[in-house]
Design a protein around this ligand. Structure first.
Ligand SMILES: [Zn+2]
Length: 65
């Protein structure tokens, strides 16, 4: 049996997209596509619009009703 390699294997690293404008991120400004988007994101943080996803307290599965 010959195990074939997946021809549809994505080449290279997965492309990360800018969380601000969804453009492909640039390595220099990771995870953003540009410094501008980085500033925008930082501004959101400082503005308090972003809610930091706190540590989800793992609720025990007691009483799913
Ligand atoms: Zn961007």
């Amino acid at each position: 049996m010959n195990h074939m390699s997946d021809p549809h294997q994505p080449s290279g690293r997965p492309v990360r997209t800018c969380p601000v404008c969804a453009k492909p991120a640039v390595e220099r400004y990771m995870p953003f596509c540009s410094k501008r988007c980085g500033d925008i994101d930082l501004g959101r943080w400082l503005d308090g619009r972003y809610v930091i996803p706190g540590q989800d307290s793992p609720s025990e599965g007691d009483g799913d009703w």
